[in-house]
Design a protein around this ligand. Structure first.
Ligand code: AMP
Length: 468
């Protein structure tokens, strides 16, 4: 039985139990996607790798999962960046949507069934705003926008544990307007300002607020209620709280979502990695130096709800651990002699049980990774005693493949880090200095290369770059 932690009930609950029954084993999963105005960073990657593994695991457990993810392609941040870079918000969003999808492919985040662009759902958004006005959950501020009145929804705060009063304290990504009824009220529709992207509505030209796009997209594909909704923990309030108020306010059906799942942050020196703090590493930059399977492994070593502190040391440790798995896989793949007669079926069965038990317990990936290392440790002992036979090797490989359907960091071809173009250029420069017998200059370049984390190795076939 698989259990997941539900942020709303604050406990682990079994999927498909009578209180959370599923329709024909079907799981509709919605995860909040990125706002596409720039390259995504490895904090975003942490959240999307985590949900990729959650979706893959549920699929491995034979649930029929439909994974829907929105793309926020209209937002204040997009408009601001577009103005700074002097391109249209539409072109900017399109470009970074493509870059995001490219990053996800590199990271083998392949379980998403559909990416849904907010601007493709304007009629659905307008319909939701219309129904909220009809039910008096929303009100119009002339020359400004249409706002949700949080005092109209008695249960506002049930997910985050905040009261409407506390909602007033927080204005994080809540649209500011001095004319709102309450400080915590949020925009559903913003009347267009000069030069901004705009769509036609019964209330004049405008654009959607941030929270309404998700409920409109989800209602179109899933209806008024569905199974799992995820995102990182910063989305609990106000974003997900607002979604509940919107959809439950419209439909009267409760709950909007059976399981709310939230990931912990990827931090740097204890602080959330974010664009605004400037402490971020883009996925693109990360992949110039490291392999993408390393990022998946690094993320999965920690439980999805816990924070991960990123540092070069933590990453180097993960790299070493991954090498241990690689060495073991190599030995198993190339096992030639088969002196042992008895099969080690028990070891394989125990590993499988430990792996699936851990994953069944709220997707406990660190425990599942520990089961994998226990197999490596015990397998290595057996190999050193020549006590593994070919059948064992075949069964171990089959189990590792089963695990890798979910984790996807074991059987990648790509093991070496990609060499950044800048480094290749420096290496060429050094070669030129050597040809010109300018040894001091050549050494200086070598030094520069090593400061950038790479080492030059002079081999018979010429100089090679190796990651330090
Ligand atoms: P955004 O593009 O800022 O809307 O973020 C997209 C998703 O990535 C949201 O679910 C965020 O909560 C999540 N996210 C942003 N920064 C981090 C981080 N440092 N660690 C984990 N998840 C993050």
């Amino acid at each position: 039985m698989t259990s997941l932690y539900n942020t709303c009930s604050r406990k682990k609950e079994i999927i498909g139990s009578p209180s959370h029954s599923l329709r024909a084993n079907k799981i509709n999963l919605f995860v909040c996607g990125p706002t596409v105005y720039d390259f995504s960073h490895i904090g975003h990657a942490r959240t999307y790798i985590a949900f990729d593994v959650i979706a893959r695991y549920l699929k491995a457990k034979k649930f029929d999962v439909f994974y829907l993810q929105n793309i926020t392609d209209i937002d204040d941040k997009i408009i601001k960046r577009a103005a700074e870079t002097q391109i249209s918000p539409k072109s900017l969003a399109k470009r970074f949507e493509q870059e995001y999808i490219k990053d996800m492919e590199e990271l083998k985040v392949l379980s998403v069934s559909k990416y849904a662009r907010a601007t493709d759902y304007i009629p659905e958004i307008v319909s939701q705003v219309h129904r909220l006005l009809e039910k008096e959950h929303a009100y119009v501020i002339p020359d400004d926008g249409i706002y949700y009145d949080i005092s109209s929804f008695k249960e506002y705060g049930k997910l985050s544990g905040r009261t409407t009063q506390q909602a007033e304290d927080s204005v994080s990504r809540i649209d500011d307007s001095v004319r709102k009824r309450h400080r915590g009220d949020f925009a559903l529709w913003k009347f267009s300002k000069r030069g901004e992207p705009k769509w036609k509505s019964p209330w004049g030209w405008g654009r959607p607020g941030w929270h309404i796009e998700d409920t409109a997209i989800a209602e179109k594909h899933f209806g008024a209620q569905y199974d799992i909704h995820g995102g990182a923990r910063d989305l609990i309030f106000p974003h997900h709280e607002a979604e509940i108020a919107q959809m439950e306010g419209i439909s009267g059906k409760k709950p909007l979502v059976r399981y709310w799942m939230h990931t912990g942050f990827l931090t740097i020196q204890g602080e959330k990695m974010s664009k605004s703090l400037g402490n971020f590493i883009t996925i693109r930059d990360f992949l110039l130096k490291h392999s993408s399977r390393l990022l998946r492994f690094f993320v999965l070593k920690t439980h999805y709800r816990s924070p991960i502190d990123y540092s070069e040391e933590n990453l180097a440790q993960a790299e070493q651990e991954l090498e241990r798995i690689d060495e073991f896989v190599e030995k198993i793949k190339t096992l030639k002699s088969a002196p042992a007669t008895s099969k080690n079926t028990k070891l394989i069965q125990e590993t499988k049980k430990a792996f699936f038990n851990a994953m069944d317990d709220d997707v406990n990936t660190p425990k599942a990774v520990a089961a994998l290392f226990e197999l490596v440790r015990k397998g290595n002992v057996l190999l050193s005693k020549l006590a593994l036979n070919k059948d064992d090797a075949r069964d171990i490989l089959a189990l590792l493949k089963e695990i890798d359907e979910i984790f996807s960091f074991i059987f990648w071809q790509e093991k070496t880090a990609k060499i950044p173009q800048e480094l290749t250029a420096l290496l060429k420069k050094r070669e030129q200095y050597r040809t010109d017998k300018e040894w001091e200059k050549a050494d200086e370049v070598r030094e520069l290369i090593s400061e950038k984390g790479w080492q030059v190795e002079d081999t018979d076939k010429g100089p090679k770059l190796k990651k330090i």
